[in-house]
Design a protein around this ligand. Structure first.
Ligand code: CP
Length: 348
């Protein structure tokens, strides 16, 4: 375990900014807090502290796990709807008496509380890839208290940490675990790249045998892919990309099939967002579904993961997500414990 003091005051925007040892520490602390919660042992590490949560997008798991987590740590999580405050905006995107510059919002909240958490991607930033991450980075620049990324257009580090915790619980190790992040069909093209990108970053960072599977045209950010290759090399593990779901599932320990949008139809890869064009590509790939036949290819010991919400009947069949190989609800629960570790260590 690394010195836990090294976390104090730090932002949590992507796992790229945390070492493998620091991620291991977060997981150890999260699992310890999970045990304390289960046995009723008091763990009010953030007594009377406040987390401000700004949600530009909807949420079930993230909002409730942060809110419940802060209560259990002895503090309070305050929900802020950008439509009911003055929506935090970057310079150049401001509208008089309707928005407020991020620099001002960040400095005001930093005088009142102990952490600022933000979710922003997609429509609120016009589907300009990286713009939401820029908002969160700008918050971090101006805030003197930690900024936590609750999912932007590039990363969802809290989800990835919970995913790692779940794999650790089920397999006891990351070494030798074949982890398959796969695209799956959804009728919605509005899902960001954040979850798959954070999942492959996390899996390769921790040394899993990582496979990314998607139809041609559903590639992830080249910078993310480049970093995953570096992590795999450092860990003497593997990182492969395939365009066939069956091939990816062969002998998998973990399969994580979910939809993400087509980067080719959003800026900077295209001049302007054209999500209707993405719909055409999506609809050609309806056979990318995780069903019993796919799980049979993976084998009886394989675990099914999904960050949720899932599109039943499209991304996955009921028989798989409700079946014995599914650990999707353990994963959802671990959002609570993983994030409590992040808050307890950074907001002390
Ligand atoms: N997985 C996840 O982030 O869920 P919510 O969108 O419900 O927060």
């Amino acid at each position: 375990m690394v010195k836990t003091d090294s976390f104090r005051g730090r932002d949590f925007i992507t796992l790229l900014e945390y070492t493998k040892e620091e991620v291991e520490t977060l997981l150890e602390v999260g699992l310890d807090l999970k045990r304390k919660f289960a046995t009723g042992e008091p763990h009010k590490l953030l007594d009377a502290k406040t987390l401000f949560m700004i949600f530009y997008n909807q949420s079930l798991r993230t909002r409730n796990s942060f809110e419940a987590g802060m209560t259990q740590l002895g503090g309070h999580a305050h929900y802020l709807d950008p439509d009911k405050i003055y929506a935090p905006a970057l310079e150049g995107d401001e509208k008089a008496y309707s928005t407020e510059r991020v620099s001002d919002v960040a400095r005001v909240l930093a005088r009142m509380g102990h952490g600022i958490a933000i979710r922003c991607y997609g429509d609120p930033v016009g589907w300009i890839y990286g713009r939401a991450n820029e908002i969160i980075r700008n918050f971090a620049h101006w805030s003197s208290i930690p900024v936590i990324n609750m999912e932007d257009d590039k990363y969802h580090p809290c989800q990835a940490l919970a995913d790692l915790m779940t794999v650790k619980e089920k397999f006891g190790t990351f070494k030798g675990v074949k982890f398959v992040m796969s695209w799956a069909y959804s009728p919605s093209v509005h899902k960001p790249l954040a979850v798959p990108q954070s999942a492959v970053i996390a899996a390769t960072k921790m040394g899993m045998e990582t496979v990314l599977a998607h139809p041609k045209g559903m590639e992830l950010d080249d910078e993310v892919i480049k970093q995953c290759k570096i992590y795999a090399e450092e860990n003497e593990s593997s990182f492969d990309i395939v365009n066939d779901m069956d091939e990816a599932f062969e002998g998998a320990d973990v399969v994580y099939p979910k939809a993400w949008t087509c980067r080719g139809n959003i800026p900077p890869w295209s001049a302007k967002p054209d999500l209707q064009k993405s719909q055409i590509l999506f609809d050609k790939n309806k056979h990318w579904i995780c069903d019993d036949a796919k799980m049979k290819i993976a084998g009886p010991k394989a675990k099914y993961m999904h960050c949720l919400p899932c599109d039943r009947g499209f991304e996955v069949t009921n028989s798989v997500i409700d079946g014995p190989q599914s650990i999707a609800f353990d994963q959802a629960e671990n959002r609570l414990h993983a994030q409590k570790a992040v808050m307890a260590l950074t907001m002390r």
